[in-house]
Design a protein around this ligand. Structure first.
Ligand code: UTP
Length: 286
């Protein structure tokens, strides 16, 4: 069982400036819920009990959001809005422990994940990048868990991407394929389209074995000054088998404006209370 999840949220969110000057990117709402809460709910959904945020000092809004609020529920009850109390302090939050670890400098995803080392023992753990929003009947992490249960190995979520976008992702060289499970032969970070080993790209959910930490430590900074988790995974491949899980469902890259707006429209259309109005608004506009 996977009991711990690491959520790196220390990034600068430069693509969303000026919104991210005062509000962490991960706290921007998709309809009425912060992006980060979708990922936290996904982690709790597979039985995670410890959530480790890798964060930065100015992102206090994140801690505030996941702490129990004593005052607001009282005010809501007083004003006859008791039904909203559950939205302020969801019961599922009380089932987990939240930890906050500061990443002093934004030195990349590998470096961010390394900050969680003291919380992870000799066990596999989940990593969720909250910018990637996954909406599916069976959650993306559950799909990874199925393969992890069969193999006891690290498992990474993947999906196919267009050739012109391949340079933005970690890309795998696939080996043996068994249903939605792919044995990874090699993995490269942001390849040129002509050098890419496939069109199968890594997306933001991982189950990693704790040996990854030693490999992150021996990974060099790249030319942009970051430690890439893809490079550490490549190094881990020399010692352990690693599998990819072909994700089945909708995925939104909410770290980009296009993906963020797409997710907002798509989730608004799934919200029964506003669906009809949104359809009419879209019809009016187009
Ligand atoms: P991104 O690279 O998409 O986020 O990292 P960013 O750097 O904040 O965004 P832009 O490019 O400037 O707009 C994916 C996830 O990893 C976290 C981010 O917070 C985001 O949730 N991250 C990234 C860290 O925690 N630390 C880092 O050093 C880099």
């Amino acid at each position: 069982m996977i009991k711990k999840a690491v959520l790196p949220v220390a990034g600068l969110g430069t693509r969303f400036l000026p919104a991210t000057k005062g509000i962490p990117k991960e706290m921007l709402p998709i309809v009425d819920k912060p992006l980060l809460q979708y990922a936290v709910e996904e982690a709790i959904g597979i039985g995670v009990e410890e959530i480790i945020f890798i964060t930065s000092p100015e992102k206090y809004a994140i801690k505030r959001h996941f702490e129990t609020d004593e005052d607001l529920p009282k005010r809501l009850v007083k004003s006859g809005k008791s039904d909203l109390v559950q939205k302020v302090n969801p019961e599922i939050f009380s089932k987990v422990n939240f930890h906050y670890v500061i990443q002093d400098e934004q030195k990349g995803l590998g470096h961010a994940i390394l900050q969680a080392e003291k919380y992870i023992e000799d066990e596999s753990f989940a990593v969720l990048l909250p910018d990637d929003l996954f909406i599916s009947n069976k959650s993306c992490l559950s799909q990874l868990i199925d393969i992890h249960k069969d193999t006891s190995s690290s498992v990474i979520a993947v999906n196919k991407v267009d050739k012109e976008d391949i340079h933005r992702y970690g890309v795998i060289k696939p080996g043996k394929i068994n249903g939605n499970s792919i044995e990874i032969e090699d993995i490269v970070e942001k390849p040129n389209p002509e050098e890419a080993p496939s069109d199968i790209a890594v997306c933001g959910r991982y189950i990693l074995s704790s040996s990854i930490f030693e490999h992150i430590k021996s990974t060099n900074f790249d030319k942009t000054g970051e430690i890439q988790i893809t490079d550490a995974i490549r190094s881990l491949l020399n010692e352990e088998k690693i599998y990819a899980a072909t994700y089945d469902g909708d995925k939104f890259d909410c770290g980009s404006k296009k993906g963020f707006v797409h997710a907002t429209i798509s989730l608004a259309l799934r919200d029964k209370s506003i669906k009809e109005d949104i359809v009419n608004i879209i019809k009016d506009i187009v």
